[in-house]
Design a protein around this ligand. Sequence first.
Ligand code: PLP
Length: 483
Amino acid sequence: MDAETFRRFGYQAVDWVADYMKRVEQLPVLPSVAPGDISRQLPDTAPEAGEPMEQMLADFEKIILPGVTHWNHPRFFAYFPANHSGPAILAEILSAGLGINGMVWQSCPAATELEEKMMEWLRRLLGLPESFKGTIQDTASTATLCALICARERLTEFATNAKGLQDQSGAGKLRIYTSEEAHSSIEKGVKIVGLGAENLVSVAVDSDRAMQPGDLEYKIHADLAQGHRPCAVVATVGTTSSTAIDPLRPLGEIADRFGLWLHVDAALAGSAAILPEKKWLIDGVEKAHSFVFNPHKWLFTNFDCSAFFCREPDTLIRSLTILPEYLKTSHDQQVTNYRDWGIQLGRRFRALKLWFVLRWFGAQGLRERLRAHLQMAQDFKTWVEEAPDFEILAPVPLQTICFRFNPSGTNAGNPPDEEELDVWNKDLLDAVNATGEVFMTHTRLENRFCLRLSVGQIQTQSKDVEHAWKLLQKSARKIYRSA
Ligand code: PLP
């Protein structure tokens, strides 16, 4: 494609995205397609001859768009936010245009130096300790995997990297501790680093669903008594189900006392630490050895962009370093080579979108948007609390509300049992999602099916949250009447 052809279609593509931002609200949030509907429209083999771009853009609209779940719809309330923004999209275009690979400083000095600076900007915005040095990973899952590798290598004095786990079979099992509410990426990480899912110890949570320090300590003692080797604690700030906050200070004190690596998974909630009134979320973070949060979740930076900080970058580098002849450069002693800070060798220029986002919105603009989301969540919580036929099922420290329809209080006859409530709430979720007007997901808390409303997309306004609430009430009453 020559530059002029690129320019012509480039303008069309940018126009398309600008129009999409304006009209996304009119599209159904969740596509009404069945499995296989998209695939059926695509040929089984790649075309032998090149095709015209006009046709490709038309097919994008005709085949792909109807199969898209619109994460950036103002009434996307499912899972967790993954929000985009104009400045991040523009930076992504520039990054794609440059097409660099920032594996080492020399392979793109600007990518490395901008990344160092952006991680420092983020560190200061969140108020993380000065000793924390950061890098951008693709996802929190990868960052947690790196943290677990560090913990394993630190405890085994880098022998596992050299000899593998088999060689230490007599030495007791390395144990990782995390709460019952931790994200599945912790278990996946434990499996990948070769420790075995059986050695992931589940620590009990309190009534707010936060990890109980007392139970952590108890389980460490029990493991030591059995000859195991406690290795790391993974704390969560903002659990996936209900945004519960593990107490970092007491957990850090325990980790310190037993010499364990403390990793903090703040994938969603970390962004909130840019708010002075939410700094309590990470109270005690100076005791952590590593910390991850995702600007691609709730800081208006297109997926993917995960900020990983490490208090002991030397342990990280030593755990992951590789130095084949063809990657050696004469600057290696003076510069950061991010290839040694993560799993992959090749690295995208992700710092560019952070730079654009942080400069476009400014810290103040970001804080205002997060505060607006938090306020919308509190408003929704109040409506649920005030409704006689709905109930809140977990505290709401952030932007996610866990609740359910429960007409027990309004029912003159027999109160519904838990099984009935589960069925009604599942039906309610299906009914509101089938309208295409909103998209919400669910979780289970104390074995109760509960609906989740997660606020955090860039275009979401109070009217959208109100819309969801009215739709839920109307649909719930319909289900109840027909029950
Ligand atoms: N940790 C928590 C607490 C999450 O909520 C999520 C989101 O799904 C993840 C980790 C995984 O994030 P990622 O998709 O960046 O690996």
